[in-house]
Design a binder for this molecule. Structure first.
Ligand SMILES: [Zn+2]
Length: 503
């Protein structure tokens, strides 16, 4: 978090006014990293799956969220301290004090649990009052006056359901088909105490996969059939067993551990995606929500969870089987016929939906934490090369003899070639390497006296600190191959053996 704050990844929002909990800014490097995660997500869902992307408003009229059930069901159980008045989300305060999970319990059960375990106010040790529901949607009005109620959307999914008819026409009637939306979601958290893990405004990337309920197959299932993932079944959680089932996607379907082939496919895809942004395989599990934990629209939900040092297991994505719930509700409330022809064109059906829904902020935190490495007195981010916000640092070895001028030409050239490059001439070369390592910059190009004679420069590798010397005109091609992982570092040029050039 020190690096994240100091180097411009994550900043508290509204900082000069004292900040507001549940809100964070992404600084210059955080914004670049966030965009890389989004770009990677699009590679999976828009390019890979061929899903259509839409972009709908965050402000949503009340009718939509009444029909979707959010106005009535998007609630959190909360309690207030009788002494100091602090408000708490019951599940959070219980977890903080006892480490136990009460999500899904009734309000009465929660009160009993808190009494039995002596859960008191973590701030002042005062007694906690009754448990009651708090609706977590931000409310506003559309236009002047208060006639028309609107809300900030709690999920981007509704924008897709509302556009279903047009999207289905766009898909020319093909089933299954999918649509995605990447954008802000809002949740008026009671008292967020977990930094960037619990935000009131966050970025989400959601896919709604519409299918014929009699044909829940994915055309490319064979691509993932052998992919292994670890499942923590609801039945084991209910018995207090922390037992993980490691299965392939195919075994998950055949053994009926998951509801259908589409669900298994997207669990496998989620696992691949998380690995691809740099989260180690061993730190990922899929937890099946117990019936009490599930959202009102879901018949089966799997949370992708990542193990972190700071927050324990963190949910980074949720895969919900939303059945025909949303389309049926919107058909009823709007009067539109949202039934379509089945996959075999012989029946009319209301499509069912499997929804892979990802947060973007939480995976960003998780990958920063997992990238953080300390060795031999240096602290750096071992980000995947294609995820690093800055791809290449360009430095003059010394601040004289025409080296800075030459380095700036190289720097400008690399930016024109599309590289996110950074120029740095302040402090010793060692300090500059350390600064680049600290933010995960995979390669640094250094301009020295030899450059002025023969148009070559050194490239330094972040992880090994090894250097090679290559021709400047070859840099774009070499860096591209290095960043994509196609070329081993030693192949990029002639090895620099002596350290005599480094002060
Ligand atoms: Zn208190």
């Amino acid at each position: 978090m020190d690096i994240a704050l100091r180097r411009g990844f994550i900043w508290p929002s509204f900082e000069i006014y004292g900040g507001v909990s549940g809100f964070y800014d992404f600084g210059p490097l955080g914004s670049l990293l966030k965009n890389k995660i989004i770009q990677k997500w699009r590679e999976y869902y828009v390019l890979g799956e061929g899903f259509f992307e839409v972009d709908s408003p965050a402000v949503t009229p009340e009718e939509v969220l009444k029909a979707s059930g959010h106005v009535n069901h998007f609630v959190d159980a909360m309690t207030e301290c009788q002494k100091c008045g602090a408000a708490f989300r019951v599940a959070d305060v219980v977890r903080e004090v006892t480490g136990r999970d009460v999500e899904g319990m009734s309000k009465g059960e929660m009160e009993q649990f808190m009494k039995k375990h002596g859960v008191r106010c973590p701030d002042c040790n005062g007694e906690l009052g009754h448990v009651f529901d708090f609706n977590a949607i931000f409310r506003t009005t559309i236009g002047p006056g208060t006639q028309r109620v609107g809300y900030l959307r709690p999920e981007t999914a509704q924008g897709i359901f509302i556009d279903f008819k047009r999207l289905q026409r766009h898909a020319r009637g093909r089933l299954p088909f999918g649509a995605v939306q990447i954008g802000r979601g809002y949740r008026n958290e009671i008292s967020p105490r977990q930094g960037i893990i619990r935000l009131r405004e966050f970025t989400m990337a959601e896919a709604e996969v519409f299918f014929d309920p009699e044909d829940p197959h994915h055309p490319k299932f064979s691509d993932v059939a052998g992919e292994k993932f670890r499942l923590w079944l609801a039945v084991d959680q209910e018995k207090g067993r922390e037992r993980l089932n490691e299965v392939t996607a195919e075994q998950a379907v055949d053994g009926k551990l998951v509801c259908n082939e589409l669900m298994a496919y997207y669990i496998a895809l989620t696992k691949r995606f998380l690995g691809d942004i740099g989260i180690p395989k061993g730190a990922v599990r899929f937890r099946q929500q117990t019936p009490g934990q599930r959202a009102h629209y879901s018949a089966e939900t799997w949370d992708a969870e990542v193990l972190t040092e700071r927050f324990g297991w963190v949910e980074v994505a949720g895969l919900a089987y939303r059945t025909d719930y949303d389309l049926t509700r919107h058909a009823e409330a709007s009067g539109e016929d949202l039934a379509v022809f089945s996959a075999d064109k012989k029946r009319k059906v209301i499509c069912h939906v499997v929804e892979p829904s990802y947060g973007i902020d939480r995976p960003l935190y998780c990958l920063l934490e997992h990238a953080f490495a300390q060795e031999r007195g240096r602290a750096y981010l071992r980000l995947k090369k294609d995820m690093a916000p800055i791809e290449v640092g360009v430095f003059p070895l010394l601040n004289r003899d025409g080296l800075p001028e030459k380095a700036e030409v190289v720097y400008e050239g690399l930016r024109r070639e599309g590289f996110m490059a950074e120029y740095d001439e302040s402090g010793s070369i060692g300090r500059r390497y350390a600064r680049a390592d600290e933010v995960g910059t995979p390669y640094c190009v250094t301009i020295d006296h030899r450059t002025l004679e023969d148009e070559t420069a050194t490239i330094r590798d972040r992880d090994t600190a090894k250097q090679v010397r290559a021709e400047i005109k070859e840099l774009p091609r070499l860096l591209r191959s290095l960043l994509s992982g196609e070329m081993p570092f030693e192949m990029a040029g002639e090895a620099v053996k002596s350290k005599s050039e480094r002060p």
